[in-house]
Design a protein around this ligand. Structure first.
Ligand code: 13P
Length: 252
């Protein structure tokens, strides 16, 4: 049985005051539910420590939105896994669509990040998902397959257990357009089958596959009702404590 996993990606939002306030409200509002679900928030780098402190008495985990694959040295502006571990990070998003399509990250770079994250003791959340044009050209499976194969390239079966996958169709991110529960299920099932071919079917039964893209309190339960939807990666709605808590409640 896969435990539901709800993660909030705050993206480039909040400030020093609102990040702590949001974390405190999520911590206090999830006391009763946090044993039934894995809950994590991914604040901007500069607020990670303050948020970690605000969450220290709760079981809400913190994750980073990105990281760099090198251990240390002359990489101006970058943040290593060791730095993230040092301040209490458990998770790290890798290959979020905004990093792929706005910043220009490649599958090869994302694979280096996933590998380095696991090597450094972080749990990567590998994000995959197709553009609208790719869906319209019925390329969804092909694109997601490539992102998974290249993103996980060289990863042993033993290390796969550290990985969470997030399927986020790019056309559904921040647009108010949500994939239908069936559209999400179809891709999640394809992902699990593919992982089964790449690794071992029994192993991939344990891997959690999150859905992301305009998740709201009103659509969370229906999405979570799908067999292969094991959790939700929430953007906009994770910036409002009440909405994020309602999504957690709808997921358990
Ligand atoms: P929205 O929930 O704002 O669509 O963002 C989804 C997302 O990108 C989470 O990583």
């Amino acid at each position: 049985m896969r435990k539901p996993f709800v993660a909030g990606n705050w993206k480039m939002n909040t400030d020093s005051r609102t990040s702590v306030e949001l974390a405190e409200r999520i911590a206090s509002g999830s006391m009763d539910t946090s044993q039934k679900a894995t809950i994590a928030v991914c604040p901007p780098f500069v607020y990670l420590q303050a948020v970690a402190k605000a969450l220290s008495a709760s079981s809400v985990a913190i994750g980073a939105q990105d990281m760099y694959f090198e251990a240390k040295g002359a990489f101006t502006g970058e943040i290593s896994t060791a730095m993230l571990k040092d301040i209490g990070c458990i998770y790290c998003l890798c290959g979020h669509s905004e990093r792929r399509h706005v910043i220009g990250e490649t599958d090869e770079l994302i694979n280096k990040k996933v590998t380095a994250a696991i090597g450094g003791g972080l749990l990567p959340i590998l994000c995959v998902g197709e553009l609208l044009a790719e869906r319209e050209a019925t390329q969804t499976d092909k694109v997601v397959t490539r992102q998974l194969k290249e993103g996980l390239s060289g990863l042993s079966a033993e290390k796969l257990s550290a990985v969470t996958i997030a399927y986020e169709p790019v056309w559904a991110i921040g647009t108010g357009l949500t994939a239908t529960p069936q559209q999400a299920q179809d891709v999640h099932e394809m992902i699990r089958e593919l992982l089964g071919q790449m690794y071992d079917a029994s192993l991939t039964e344990e891997i959690r596959i999150l859905y992301g893209g305009s998740v709201k309190p009103g659509n969370a339960a229906e999405l979570m009702g799908q067999k292969d939807v094991d959790g939700l990666l929430v953007g906009g709605a994770s910036l409002k404590a009440d909405d994020f808590l309602a999504i957690i409640n709808a997921s358990i």
